[in-house]
Ligand binder design. Structure first.
Ligand code: GLP
Length: 262
C-alpha cells in the first residue's frame, strides 16, 4: 500500500486529480471506477478544469460508479447518478451512454447486480478505481462485516452511515436504508485503486485500514491485499497512524527512485 500524506484536503484533491489526468493521458479509453461523497468533489473539479484546458478528453472513457441507493431513480437529487451528472459528467466531454451507476431503481435488483458485474467485465475491467472511506471503514457501501471477496450486491446500510449521509437529505425526504454496491472483490479486481481521505473524523478508519489487521470489520483493510493501492490522505486523517514518519520517509524514497528511472 502506498501512503501519501499531504497537508490538507486541497493538496489531496490536486494529487488525486493528477493521478487520473496521467491515467487518461496514458490511456484515453480508460475504464474509470468513480465514487461519490463529499471527498471526491474537488478532484472532479480538477478533472473538469483539465478537460476545459484540453489536457485530457473523456470521449473514449467508460465509467462505473461504486454504488447507488436502492429505490431512488437517477433523476432524484439524492441519487448518486444525479450527483455524478451534477459534479462531473455534465461538465466534461464524456459520452453519458458509457457512464454506469448501479441501477438503484431496477425491478429486480438482484439480477441487476449480476448484470453490473457483467458490464464491468465486458468493458475489460476497471483500470483505476477511486474510493472515499466511511467513518466506519466502509468503501462503496460495503459496510463492516462485508465479505472480503464480495461482488456487486444489495447491502443494508449501518445506522452510522445513514446518520452521516442524512445531511444530504431534507427532513421530509425519504432516505433509503438499502444500497446496491460493488463488492470488495469487485474493487480489488481494479488494476489500480486510489483512496482519498481527509479530516480528523476519518483518522480511526485510516488507522484500521493501514495498521489494523485484515478484517471484515474494516472493509477498507482489504486494500492491504491489493498490489497497486495508493492512499492519499491529509495530515488530519493521518493523525492516528503510529508510523506516520516512516510512511513519509518511504514516500520520499519512492519519489527519489522514480526520478532516477529512465
Ligand atoms: N457510499 C459513499 C462512499 O463511497 C463514500 O466514501 C462515503 C464517505 O463520504 P464523504 O466523502 O462525504 O465522507 O460516503 C458514502 O457512504
Amino acid at each position: 500500500m502506498q501512503i501519501v500524506i499531504l497537508k490538507d484536503s486541497a493538496e489531496v484533491a490536486a494529487y488525486g486529480a493528477d493521478i487520473f489526468i496521467k491515467q487518461l493521458q496514458k490511456k484515453a479509453n480508460s475504464v474509470l471506477g468513480l465514487a461519490t461523497g463529499s471527498t471526491p468533489v474537488s478532484l472532479y473539479r480538477g478533472l473538469i478544469e483539465a478537460c476545459d484546458a484540453k489536457l485530457v478528453s473523456f470521449r473514449d472513457v467508460t465509467s462505473f460508479n461504486l454504488d447507488e441507493y436502492l429505490g431512488l431513480e437517477g433523476t432524484h437529487p439524492q441519487s448518486y447518478r444525479y450527483f455524478m451528472n451534477q459534479q462531473l459528467f455534465n461538465h466534461i466531454d464524456i459520452n453519458k451512454a458509457q457512464t454506469h451507476v448501479p441501477p438503484g431503481d431496477a425491478d429486480n435488483p438482484l439480477e441487476a447486480c449480476v448484470g453490473y458485474e457483467e458490464k464491468i467485465e465486458a468493458a475489460g475491467g476497471i483500470d483505476i478505481q477511486l474510493l472515499g472511506i466511511g467513518r466506519n471503514g466502509h468503501i462503496g457501501f460495503n459496510e463492516p462485516s462485508s465479505g472480503l471477496m464480495s461482488r456487486t450486491r444489495v447491502k443494508t446500510l449501518t445506522k452510522a452511515t445513514i446518520e452521516d449521509n442524512a445531511r444530504f437529505f431534507r427532513d421530509d425526504e425519504y432516505q433509503p436504508h438499502l444500497s446496491m454496491t460493488m463488492g470488495i472483490g469487485t474493487i480489488l479486481d481494479a488494476k489500480r485503486v486510489v483512496l482519498l481521505a481527509t479530516g480528523e473524523n476519518k483518522a480511526d478508519a485510516i488507522l484500521a485500514t493501514v495498521e489494523g489487521p485484515l478484517m471484515a470489520a474494516c472493509p477498507a483493510s482489504a486494500l492491504q491485499l491489493h498490489t497497486d493501492a495508493v492512499l492519499v490522505i491529509d495530515e488530519a486523517a493521518a493523525s492516528k497512524l503510529s508510523d506516520r514518519d516512516f510512511y513519509i520517509h518511504i514516500e520520499n524514497e519512492n519519489q527519489k527512485l522514480m526520478a532516477k528511472l529512465p
